[in-house]
Structure formats: structure tokens, C-alpha cells
Design a protein around this ligand. Sequence first.
Ligand SMILES: [Fe+2]
Ligand SMILES: [Fe+2]
Length: 483
Amino acid sequence: MTDELNVDYSIKIPNNVGLSEDRQVLRALESWHPGYLNWWRDMGPEGFQDSLVYLRTAVSVDPQGWAKFDYVRMPDYRWGVLLAPKEDGRKVNFGEHLGEPAWQDVPGEYRAMLRRLIVIQGDTEPASVEQQRHLGKTAPSLYDMRNLFQVNVEEGRHLWAMVYLLQKYFGRDGREEAEQLLQRRSGDADKPRMLGAFNEATPDWLSFFMFTFFTDRDGKMQLESLAQSGFDPLSRTCRFMLTEEAHHMFVGESGVGRTIERTAQAMREAGVDDPSDIAKTRALGVVDLPTIQKKLNLHYSLTLDLFGSEVSTNSANFFNSGLKGRFRESKLGDDHRLTGGSYPVLKLVDGAITLVDEPALTALNMRLRDDYSQDCAKGVERWNRILEKAGNGFRLQLPHVAFNRSIGQFKDIHADPHGEILSDRQWTKAKDDYLPSPEDGDFIVSLMKSETRPGKFASWIAPPKAGIDNKPGDFEYVKIESS
Ligand SMILES: [Fe+2]
Ligand SMILES: [Fe+2]
């Protein structure tokens, strides 16, 4: 630990923000760093801290070649501060300040709101590392183990990204928030993480893949909106984070895709034609398709809650003040002020799920959630193509947005995945048909056998089409015993 305390941060922390000349921020990061490393050792991947992992490290922000791959022990990963390059003449692109030069400093009147946005985003980053810390031990292959650790170190870097903003632009309260980000713990009764989905357990690899597909995609939507921010340092930070986020969603989409592929293959080989024959499918050592659908239902509905209430004055304020835009705001062809417009919102009206026009400004959460659902639907289509190609008749689908919600319009009702409203009794009876039951969970966990021989894969998942960094199939992505 001691040499980690004495490193020359201005060299050891890869950064393109001139940290070595920014003494005050450098000092703040220096005093935060040991606590971060303690957090990483306590709450990061369990059991593999001394293994050599074939990881990519960001070395520049040039989209063509920002990463270099090499074996690294995770605690030695070079977590850095990297912002997308400054765009000359960038303006505030929406809201009341439309057309003004983008802010290089925090506008005083928006200080509290902006800090809140950054802290909420920041809190999700370490949370997912905590949720996923046990998974290394049951990795279905070294390839998958490496991808898990890659996602984990990058979520760690995203925390650094938010902490840099807090420490550079928010003085003492920024430093206090940075400390708090290391204190909260996912799922902890006393000091939980800030958002619901980040306090759920990630008990198995299918959950991990669903999480990176659905919940990291919420991350993408939030980052896309914050990348539009009139506060330029936040925008630049998020733009670079999005390049990393793309890999996380690849891990999720391909992970679920390979699970489906393997199931369909095993069913075909064994002549199991009926996807609802769960017992026969499970006997093949793969996850049956109805259970995959239930996992999908769970992760999609949990993630929808992250978008907050459909109608929200907070999100209107974030937009009006130029802090948080819409998904790809600068590509949208309207007035970017939304003062007169409306947007259709799905609401509960007299006990019925009804589409109602709401002022566009207060419906921004709904709009971002719709953009998110469309993005998810495309991925689900690609999964269905795998089934189609395998000659399997089963199709996955996104459940209705009223299904299994804890926030917003539908939090007080029960609905089935088609959006039919159910009584409490009907729900209790049918729930296990829609969401993973304890038995489903036990079955999936029973499949989670660690496979650590290079090039080998656990029974329930197909190998990937290509290796990471073009490595061959039997490449040793993690050297587990390497002290
Ligand atoms: Fe992240
Ligand atoms: Fe992510």
C-alpha cells in the first residue's frame, strides 16, 4: 500500500486536464485516492485482486485508439481523469440560456442542482461494482471474467470522473460529497446507494448480463442527456464516459445473446421442441427461455424506475436551466425550449392506463424513458433473431411499462406484462409466472460453475464470435494465480 500512497499523481493519474498544474485539485484527489483504494480492495471484485487481468486502459481521448491492452493487477489499474476535447465556441443548446456560450464554471444560481445531478450519477458507479463483486468466482469463462473486471474498473473510473468534477468545481461541499461516495454501500440498510436498482443483488451471471444490458443502458441515456449540458466540463466528461459505456452494453447484449444461443442449440440437439417444457430444457444444463424472459421482465422494470416520475418539475428545471438536455438534444429539430409543446404520457386515469398529453417540459422523464425503451427494443429484436436463426419458435419481449413498478404512475397498481391491471390476489397468484421465483433463482445459481480453463465455457453459454483485442479463442484473459 505505501508506494501507492507515494506515487506521483501527476504522472500516475492519466489525465488530460492539466492536473500537475492544478495544485489544489491535485491535492484533493491525492487525499481521496487512498480511501478509493481501500474501497476498491474492500468492495471491488472479491478474490482476484492479485490476478493479472488483460484490461484496456484509456490513454487518450482520441476515438481511434484511446485504449491500450495489457495485463494489469486491478488495484494497479490507472484510473484517470479524461474529458473529451473542448469544442471551440460551444454554446448552451437548450432551455432559457439557449445560445449563450457554454459555462466553463458552475453558474452560481444552479450550483445546488448541478451538484445533485453529479452526485446521483456518481453514486451509481461504485454501486454496480459492489453489486457485482462476488461474480468472479462463478465466471463461465476467463473471457467473461475479464469482461466483468473491465466493466468494474471502468465504473471505478467513472467514479473518478464525477469526483474530479466535484473536487474541482464545488469546493468543500464537493470534497464532502466525494467522501460520501465512498461511504455508501449497495444494499446496506443504514447507508444504501441512492437509487433503487443499485441496491438490488446481482446473484448470478444472467443477472449481470441483464444488468449491463438494461441498467447500463439507463446510464447511457443519462450520460447522453448530461453530455448535452451547458456546463461544459460535465458535457466533456460524459462524452468520454459514453465511449466506455458502449463496451458495457456490448457485454450485456452479447452475454444474454450467447445464453439464448446455447439454450436454443441444446434444445435443438436434444429434440426439445416446446420452449415451455422447462424441466426438459433445464435437464440439458441450460437456462430455459421462459426463465430468461422473467429475468428480462425484472431488470427492465427495475430500470424503468430509474427514470423517475413520468411528470416531473425537477426535470423541467434541469432542462430550463440548461443543465440536462434530451437524448441527443442537438440533433432534434425543434425550438429546444419546449415552452408551448406537449408530449403524450401514459398515466393512470380513473383506474385505466391512458395516454394523456402533458406539457413537453414536465414530460421530459417520460420522453427519455421512451427513447430508452426504443433502444432496448432493438436489442431484444437482435436476441430474437438468434432464436429465429436457430429455428426456435420462442420470442422475447419487453413487458408493458406498467408492469412491476415502484415509482411513477403505476406504483400503486399491479399489471401483467401485457399491461392488464390485476387485483392483489391475481397478482400474488400469477407473480411467479412473470418474475423469477426463488426456485428459478436457485436453478440459475446451480448452473453457475466456474470455468477457468482458457478457451472453455460453462454449459449454459455459447462462446463469443470473436475475442477481445482480436485474441484467439484460447487466450488466457485472466492469470488467476500470478503472485
Ligand atoms: Fe458508469
Ligand atoms: Fe457502465
